[in-house]
Design a protein around this ligand. Structure first.
Ligand SMILES: [Zn+2]
Length: 237
C-alpha cells in the first residue's frame, strides 16, 4: 500500500515537473517571439526617417452613403477601413510624415459615390500628397482570403510601392500568397504620384472578418503597410 502510494507520488511529481517544464518552454517561446517582434519594430522605426519629408494621403474607403461591403457577421467594411487607416496615419505621423485622411469618421461625404471619389483625389492633390494609400476590404465568397495590393497599370512607381506593401504584409502577417496587381480604378488612374489600393482581406470570409474587426490585427496590418511604405522609400530615395 505504502509502495503504491510512493510510486504514484513520484508519478505526480514527474507530472508536475512535466507541466512546469512545458509552461516554462511555452513562456520562453512566447518571450522570444515577443522580443523578436519588438526588435523588428525598433529596426523599422530606426529606418522611419525616410518618411519624414513626405506628405501622405491615407484614404479610408467608403463612408457616408457609400457603405462598401458588409461581413456575414455584420462588420461594416467602411469601419474596418477607417480603423486601419487611423492606425496607419499614427505610424506615419510618428515617423515624421504629414498625413491627411480623406475622411475622419463614418459619415463625411454627402452626395453620390462618384462625387465622393472625385473629392478624395481633389484632397490628395490640394495637400500636395506624394503618396496615396487607399484602404479597402475585399468581398467575394466565404473561402477567399488574404491581402492584395493594387496599382494603376501605367504607373511604374505605383507598382513598386504596391509590391513593397504586398511583400511586407505577406512576410509579417503570413495571411496571403497573393501578388500585387494592376487595376483600373478612378483614385489610382487620376493621380501622378505613387498610389495604391490595399485590399486588406476578405470581409466576406467569416474567419478573416473576425480578424479584420480585431483592433490588434488592425494595428498589425497598419504596421505591415507602414513598413512596406518604408521599404519602398528606402529603395527609391
Ligand atoms: Zn471597398
Amino acid at each position: 500500500m505504502v509502495k503504491i502510494l510512493f510510486i504514484s507520488w513520484r508519478r505526480i511529481q514527474s507530472l508536475i515537473w512535466g507541466v512546469v517544464l512545458a509552461a516554462l518552454s511555452l513562456a520562453g517561446i512566447w518571450g522570444w517571439s515577443y522580443y523578436q517582434a519588438i526588435k523588428e519594430e525598433q529596426s523599422i522605426k530606426a529606418l522611419s526617417w525616410v518618411v519624414a519629408n513626405h506628405i501622405v494621403a491615407v484614404d479610408p474607403g467608403h463612408g457616408g452613403i457609400d457603405d462598401g461591403a458588409m461581413g456575414p457577421g455584420g462588420t461594416p467594411e467602411q469601419k474596418v477601413n477607417l480603423d486601419i487607416s487611423k492606425y496607419l496615419a499614427t505610424y506615419l505621423s510618428q515617423g515624421g510624415a504629414r498625413v491627411f485622411l480623406t475622411r475622419q469618421d463614418a459619415n463625411v461625404y454627402e452626395g453620390k459615390s462618384g462625387d465622393d471619389l472625385v473629392e478624395r483625389v481633389k484632397l490628395s492633390k490640394r495637400v500636395g500628397a506624394d503618396l496615396f494609400i487607399s484602404i479597402h476590404c475585399n468581398a467575394f465568397d466565404n473561402r477567399e482570403s488574404g491581402c492584395q495590393v493594387f496599382y494603376s497599370p501605367g504607373s511604374t512607381e505605383g507598382k513598386k510601392l504596391a509590391e513593397a506593401i504586398q511583400a511586407s504584409v505577406k512576410n509579417k502577417l503570413k495571411n496571403t500568397d497573393r501578388i500585387a496587381m494592376g487595376i483600373d480604378a478612378y483614385v489610382l488612374r487620376t493621380q501622378d504620384i505613387p498610389a495604391v489600393i490595399v485590399e486588406v482581406g476578405f470581409i466576406s470570409n467569416p474567419k478573416e472578418e473576425k480578424l479584420l474587426a480585431d483592433p490588434l490585427y488592425q494595428r498589425q496590418m497598419a504596421f505591415a503597410i507602414y513598413s512596406g511604405i518604408i521599404d519602398y522609400l528606402t529603395a527609391n530615395t
